[in-house]
Write a protein that binds this ligand. Sequence first.
Ligand SMILES: C[S@@+](CC[C@H](N)C(=O)[O-])C[C@H]1O[C@@H](n2cnc3c(N)ncnc32)[C@H](O)[C@@H]1O
Length: 259
Amino acid sequence: MPGEHETRIEAAFTKQSATFEQEALNVAFTSGLPWLIGLIEPDPADRVLDVAGGTGLVARALAPSVTRVTVLDATEAMLATGRQQAAAEGRTDVEFVHGDAMALPFPEAAFSLVVTRFSLHHFADPAPMLDEMVRVTSAGGRLVVKDLVSDADLQVAARQDEIERLRDDSHVSMPTAGIVRTWLEQHGLEATRVEQKVIDRPLEPWLEQSVTPADRAGAVRALLRAELDGGDVTGMRPHLEDGELWFHQTWETTVARRP
Ligand SMILES: C[S@@+](CC[C@H](N)C(=O)[O-])C[C@H]1O[C@@H](n2cnc3c(N)ncnc32)[C@H](O)[C@@H]1O
């Protein structure tokens, strides 16, 4: 039986499945894909697993360059959107599997490239997921983890998480910068790249994409405006563009190799 958090994840992403692929609302998730694929350097022989892959944005971008791609996700509605998109794109080489990232339904060493993007911040304890990702990666294979990272100041990081949770109550906490590298090295992997990017995003499409209830969206706006008026630093670095609120996120991508 799913626990409280799993139920929250499924509810949040069932709601978001309709907006997830809308370019106008989620351009930040699609515009960075060519850069990410360039960093990953997929090999034509790669067998790829995209863990907590949602609608398979990353998987579908990798598919033309590799042998086989599997997307695993816990939310059926996200997979259904992904299947529809893949069909619309004429892609028949992407497999969508319903499952839990903490108990992957695949044998050891089944994949040569295992990726996960924007999933870690939904886990209270990322260890079981990382254990599983390492288990299914073959010797010489690569793991790629991309996620938000928090401010170095713990008080500020707590406010960032509060804002992220107001927007999407399935958010738990952002990893700190560099921690993924440490975790992967503790698993015996060798980190080959760690890249950070700062993203500047308009607030309203971000809130609309997540279908955030009006009272919670109002609370997010109020916290950002309060910072502009000299209040608590939120870590979101808000600013105004033509009177509209914008904010920043820092994204970190770690590439590691399993010896
Ligand atoms: C923000 S979305 C990211 C989707 C995709 N990785 C991307 O970057 O486009 C987070 C995804 O993690 C999935 N997820 C969260 N916890 C999971 C778990 N325990 N097992 C599998 N998927 C999970 C959610 O269903 C959701 O689709």
